[in-house]
Unconditional design. Structure first.
Lengths: 343, 261
């Protein structure tokens, strides 16, 4: 028997689902808009017609070369990296059950950073191997963190502490090299603050397949991430192998962060804050929270990158600065307003 | 059904339970009683393979529970812990539907049968009206019922409950105990529960196991176990134990703390 009251609550639930889907659609729309803006603005401004023209033909025009070969790859990289970092952070926050967890905590950033900086400063002739070394260094560092944290099982607090320690050690290494080779530091600074400059179709074709694998893996983690939110005992009682789950989710997160660091260097903020923005908009259920995080991560990095290269053109700002300036206030606004979820 | 022998359990190096064991048959309602810190929760956690043991064995239908695939165990056994956390915006129904997780294949979606069972669990715990409320907006007792509903949705043969009625008012306490009783009678559910209310333990179980300082103190039928002597040596309480005529089981009335024991 469906009473008036229970029909009303059915409607309530549907409203919630509709609201969540609407946020996702709105975010996707915003992502397309942000991508479009990033194609329009730069050292030269193009009209909408130029952009449509370059997608449809207009062979040989400068507009087409700049839009398709220079700006589009950069935009695509920004979207992928933003999404990867945001998903990485979201997964790690489930693994650690800690709202302050971010991809840096796995050691991926510091490990990638140290090996990249070592190559750029000490063996500059091998610079083209920087992405490979950064990825490898990041994964090795993550492995170190998890080995140190392992003691008959993996406790989130121990991962966090081991992560902080490994970060401090590797960060010290980066600082030491920066001082010893202070004459060569210029190029390194840009990398250490993350930069999407000089990315070509070649870079897109490398990052895209890995990002796709990472995306699929992250989506497969959704159920486990949700169950981990019920606490270890409940998760175990439901037949989840909690230690294994923590390691698998962390591996996916480290992979997502690793490929991003390898491609564009160190970019903070997204992995920490975007999952919270997403949570405030759609709540804690990872079925919605994870995809929305990915889209918002893409939006934020695209907008920040567009701002970074246009606002003070021809000077290009590190993208991290812009991201903090755009994302910070928006985050605070949501935090004050409270959304689907109150912190 | 569940056979525990020579259990030795500790945290780090500190042993808190030693030489503990019992054998529980299908369909029994067992209460585990003992003072604070005596090791009740610890024993329950090991029975549910939430915690490793240092020695001894726990057998579920003859197989070592710590070696069985954990999903297989989850289809037969569920534990409701003493403390639970939920994300703030999970609804009651969402929480309860997680109980179906061990019965689904890795990436299988919720089936119609799953939803039926979730509704059944909600009905059993009288939560239908609250199904779409956020767990965080519920009272302590309603929350507890939501967690019990999740355990029921798991359709276990054995249910372990750590202080399931601690936050509840007397009427909801009795409701939970009656519910367990019904499930026990109708579905032959085996229940092992930690209870602090000894009168309820006597009333609703057919066996009491007393643990004191991590050791088995007594194991037997309620009327054998609930005696003034046991209360004095385990709880250091002087009490009068009488047989209640209406239910035909012993009841106790504490008179004061026991001295010189
Ligand atoms: N995580 C832990 N680390 C170290 N010691 C612990 C831990 N949990 C419990 N203990 C110790 O183990 C002993 C048994 O604890 P347990 O929680 O099993 O008691 P209990 O019988 O459930 O008590 P209560 O009635 O208060 O719930 C206690 O001495 C306690 O201090
Ligand atoms: Mg306890």
């Amino acid at each position: 028997m469906l009473t008036g009251k229970s029909r009303a609550t059915c409607r309530e639930v549907n409203t919630r689902l509709i609201k969540r889907l609407m946020v996702l659609v709105a975010a996707l729309t915003l992502l397309v808009t942000a991508g479009f803006l990033s194609l329009r603005f730069g050292s030269v401004r193009y009209a909408t017609a130029d952009i449509i023209g370059s997608f449809l033909g207009a062979e040989g025009s400068t507009a087409k070369v700049i839009i398709m070969d220079i700006r589009l790859p950069r935009t695509l990289i920004a979207i992928m990296v933003g999404a990867n970092l945001a998903m990485s952070g979201a997964l790690l926050q489930a693994v650690m059950r800690n709202p302050l967890a971010d991809p840096g905590l796995t050691g991926v950033s510091a490990g990638g950073g140290l090996s990249a900086v070592t190559i750029m400063l000490v063996f500059p002739e091998m610079t083209r191997y920087v992405p490979l070394a950064a990825f490898g260094g990041g994964i090795v560092a993550a492995f170190m963190v998890y080995t140190l944290a392992w003691k008959r099982g993996i406790d989130p607090i121990r991962i966090i502490l081991a992560g902080v320690a490994v970060n401090a050690i590797l960060g010290g290494g980066i600082s030491l090299l920066s001082i010893l080779y202070s004459d060569r530091i210029q190029g390194v600074l840009m990398w250490l603050n993350g930069s999407m400059s000089a990315k070509s179709r070649f870079h897109v074709s490398i990052l895209a397949p890995y990002s796709f694998i990472g995306l699929i893996a992250a989506l497969l983690c959704i159920n486990t991430a949700n169950v981990l939110q019920l606490g270890d005992d409940a998760a175990k009682s439901l037949g989840v192998r909690v230690n294994l789950a923590r390691i698998l989710l962390s591996m996916v997160a480290a992979f997502l962060a690793g490929i991003s660091v390898a491609m564009v260097g160190l970019i903070g903020f997204i992995g920490l804050v975007v999952p919270h923005i997403s949570r405030l908009l759609v709540g804690t259920d990872y079925r919605f929270m994870l995809p929305v995080s990915a889209v918002i991560g893409g939006i934020l990095l695209t907008l920040a990158d567009t701002g970074a290269r246009t606002l003070f053109s021809p000077v290009e700002l590190p993208v991290g600065i812009l991201m903090a300036i755009i994302g910070g206030p928006f985050f605070l606004y949501l935090l004050r307003k409270g959304g689907a979820y109150r912190v | 059904m569940i056979n525990a022998s020579e259990l030795k359990i500790g945290y780090d190096k500190k042993v808190v339970v030693d030489g503990f064991g019992f054998n529980i048959r299908q369909g029994e309602m067992v209460s585990l009683i003992g003072p604070n810190g005596s090791g009740k929760s610890t024993v329950l956690k090991v029975l549910a393979r939430l915690m490793e043991k240092m020695g001894g064995a726990v057998l579920l239908d003859g197989a070592d529970i710590h070696r069985l695939p954990t999903r297989e165990v989850a289809k037969k056994l569920s534990i409701l812990s003493q403390y639970n956390i939920t994300p703030p915006d999970f609804t009651v129904e969402e929480l309860v539907s997680y109980g179906r997780l061990p019965h689904r294949k890795m990436f299988q979606l919720e089936s119609k049968a799953d939803r039926e069972i979730v509704r059944w669990a909600l009905r059993q715990t009288k939560l239908e009206k609250l199904a779409n409320r956020f767990i965080n907006s519920l009272s302590g007792g309603e929350r507890q019922r939501a967690w019990i509903a999740m355990a029921l949705a798991q359709q276990p043969k054995v249910l372990l409950l750590d202080e399931p009625t601690t936050y509840l008012d007397i009427s909801h306490q009795l409701e939970i105990m009656e519910l367990l009783n019904t499930l026990n009678r109708e579905l032959d559910l085996t229940a092992i529960m930690v209870l602090h209310d000894l009168n309820q333990a006597v009333r609703y179980s057919n066996r009491l196991i007393v643990i004191k300082e991590g050791k088995l103190f007594m194991d037997g039928a309620p009327q054998e176990v609930l005696t003034a002597e046991m209360l004095r040596s385990v709880y250091k309480v002087e009490a009068e134990v009488t047989i209640n005529k209406q239910i035909g089981k012993p009841m106790f009335m504490p008179l004061g703390l026991a001295f010189g024991t």
